[in-house]
Design a protein around this ligand. Structure first.
Ligand code: GRF
Length: 200
């Protein structure tokens, strides 16, 4: 049994992808595909620099194209790293508890439809929360509602802006996403309904 074969889906800069390239690729798992719905996603450049297959997937029958790619590459685990398109219920069903997402808040706060990127931090700052953070979770049929694998908090200071909070949370994202993918590859994660256990 070789390394766990990982596909990473990105829509933007790909700093979470870079964290996986640096900490996971070639050790705990092999990133066999980076795909994006946006042709100018810098994450695709990061993949090319690391010698990883990078594909743009767009247009109609998008879901079929994506699934064909995952099958062709014999992907075991899909990681959504700053990926802004919804995964089809069919694909979620076929990859149950094999799709992981990173979200830049402590779900269920500031999560769900329309809560992504900087907007999440604008909502947190506006609300006046004293802690925020990041969540890694399995993807289910809805947005940001799958079983939670890991969370880590950051303090929100009175003078934090959405941008300064985003920077603090992004740092945490890089840490907990890589840890969660490592634990997945080491088969330390078990799911019982909504409860995820990570063996020490
Ligand atoms: C991250 O904040 C991620 O949580 C959110 O979008 C941002 C993507 O950042 N979904 P990057 O593309 O990984 O740098």
């Amino acid at each position: 049994m070789g390394l766990v074969r990982i596909a990473v889906l990105v829509s933007g800069g790909g700093s979470n992808l870079q964290s996986l390239i640096d900490k996971i690729h070639g050790t705990y798992g092999e990133i066999v595909l980076v795909a994006s719905n946006r042709k100018n996603a810098y994450g695709l450049e990061r993949a090319k620099k690391a010698g990883i297959a990078a594909q743009v997937v767009s247009g109609e029958d998008y879901d079929e194209k994506l699934e064909a790619l995952l099958r062709e590459k014999e992907v075991d685990l899909v990681v959504l790293a700053g990926y802004l398109k919804k995964i089809s219920p069919e694909l979620v069903g076929r990859y149950k508890n094999k799709i992981i997402n990173i979200h830049p808040s402590l779900i269920p706060s500031f999560s769900g439809e329309g809560c992504y990127g900087l907007k999440v931090h604008e909502m947190a700052v506006e609300y006046g929360v004293k802690i925020s953070g990041a969540t890694v979770h399995f993807v289910d049929e809805n947005m940001d509602t799958g079983a939670i694998i890991a969370q880590r908090a950051v303090e929100v200071d009175w003078n934090d802006t959405p941008e300064s909070l985003q920077a603090k949370v992004l740092k945490i994202e890089h840490e907990i996403l890589a840890e969660a993918v490592k634990n997945y590859c080491l088969e330390k994660i078990t799911v019982n309904g909504r409860i995820v256990a990570v063996k020490e």
